[in-house]
Design a protein around this ligand. Structure first.
Ligand SMILES: Cc1cc2nc3c(=O)[nH]c(=O)nc-3n(C[C@H](O)[C@H](O)[C@H](O)COP(=O)(O)OP(=O)(O)OC[C@H]3O[C@@H](n4cnc5c(N)ncnc54)[C@H](O)[C@@H]3O)c2cc1C
Length: 370
């Protein structure tokens, strides 16, 4: 029922506007507000902060249905299931009361800033610093590739409160930087290969004055908090990539069934049938696995290995599906008016963000005790 209600909402509020958002390069804040009004932002948040106290299955439905509209809506899933959970898990009661209700309504849009021009995968070696000065932290540094970077009102920023810490990851803390913080500016909206309506941006901190009150959890624990929350982040990416693969398959099936060549439907050539059969098999394997990982995640199990497996394998599978799907569309697949064109350029980033697939394999290898 929830899925049907959400889909109906998207049919009115998102599908008819999506191509326009892609052209304009941004999703309007009014859409975020409508999501909030209808209970589709952070439904898992406790009722006392304005949420619905819903379980992760609701988030799964939201992420799947948003991905069906288009991958540029990824920033909403990031706000719902990746950033806001930091506030709920590590925030003080006062921070939760201040921020969570507005995350639920969409008055506050969130982002998380880990990556810097000089450090992506090697997160422990970020160089943004936060030096305590009375009731403030003075933040200096630069972040890049930040999802929701233009819209964001609250940004969870990973910074070094102890640059001399050994090992370096012990010096990382998380600070919540608010929109009007003096010394904080945002750069241009970055021009990307895909996800055109997603506002990915650079952020600059020049003696930015962040109240000490905005520290999330304890100083020096930031890296551990990030590691804890990355499990859900990677699962959300796997869910989106799985959904994208299913959408691309369905577009391709419809296309080859109506397109004719050499006097028959393209879907009647055995080579085409075999390729669709192969795609359908890989997609079914991905679905079975991701559904199992979702269940285990909801049961509170520690599934670092499985989530890393799902993230790398499903995103690579979706990339294979995208390449096949475009090929089977012939020249039309290369034309912007066919959805497969944007799906093809949107999917590769899923193998890069939330930890590259190489890092996923590094994690799996470590868990294998090699
Ligand atoms: C559209 C988009 C949105 C993003 N959103 C966010 C966001 O909201 N917040 C945020 O903090 N970041 C975000 N990112 C950044 C993303 O998480 C990083 O790009 C990613 O972690 C990789 O870091 P990097 O780009 O510095 O690549 P690098 O770390 O420089 O890696 C380059 C290559 O080397 C490989 N490599 C690196 N180290 C190893 C190793 N030890 N073993 C084997 N191979 C290795 C990598 O896998 C990769 O193939 C986003 C990126 C994009 C493109």
């Amino acid at each position: 029922m929830f899925r049907a209600a959400f889909r109906k909402f998207l049919e009115k509020e998102a599908y008819p506007h999506y191509n326009d958002w892609e052209k304009r390069g941004i999703i309007p804040r009014s859409f975020w507000a409508k999501m909030g009004e209808n209970g589709f932002l952070c439904p898992w948040v406790d009722e006392k902060y304005g949420g619905l106290n819903a379980d992760f299955a609701y988030s799964v439905v939201i992420n799947e249905e948003l991905e069906k509209v288009g991958s540029s809506l990824v920033g909403i899933g990031l706000h719902n299931d990746i950033v806001t959970p930091y506030i709920a898990s590590y925030g003080t009661e006062e921070q939760k009361q201040k921020w969570l209700p507005k995350c639920v309504t969409g008055e506050l849009i969130t982002a998380i800033a880990m990556t810097e021009p000089g450090a992506g995968s090697d997160l422990a070696n970020i160089s943004t610093t936060a030096v305590k000065d009375g009731d403030y932290y003075i933040v200096n540094g630069q972040k890049t590739f930040i999802t929701n970077g233009i819209h964001a009102d609250l940004i969870v920023v990973a910074c070094k409160t102890d640059p001399q810490a050994k090992p370096p990851h012990r010096g990382i803390s998380l600070l919540v930087v608010e929109r009007d913080t003096p010394g904080f500016t945002r750069g241009r909206k970055l021009e990307k290969v895909g996800l055109h309506a997603q506002d990915t941006a650079e952020l600059f901190f020049q003696d930015a004055k962040v109240p000490a009150y905005n520290l999330l959890g304890e100083e020096g624990k930031g890296f551990y908090y990030l590691m804890e929350k990355l499990q859900q982040e990677r699962l959300v990416v796997a869910i989106a990539a799985q959904t994208a693969a299913e959408v691309m398959f369905s577009l391709t099936k419809q296309y080859v069934k109506q397109r004719t060549a050499f006097g028959k439907r393209v879907s009647e050539f055995q080579t085409v049938q075999f390729r669709l059969a192969e795609m359908a098999t890989e997609i079914a394997l991905g679905r079975t696995f991701v559904d199992r990982v979702i269940e285990e995640h909801m049961a509170g199990k520690q599934i670092v290995t499985e989530v890393s497996m799902a993230k790398w394998w499903i995103t690579e599978m979706a990339k294979r599906v995208a390449a096949e799907a475009m090929q089977l569309h012939g020249g039309y697949g290369y034309m912007e008016e066919y959805e497969i064109a944007r799906r093809y350029r949107d999917i590769p980033v899923s193998a890069i963000y939330a930890g590259t697939n190489e890092m996923m394999k590094t994690i799996i290898a470590r868990q294998l005790d090699l």
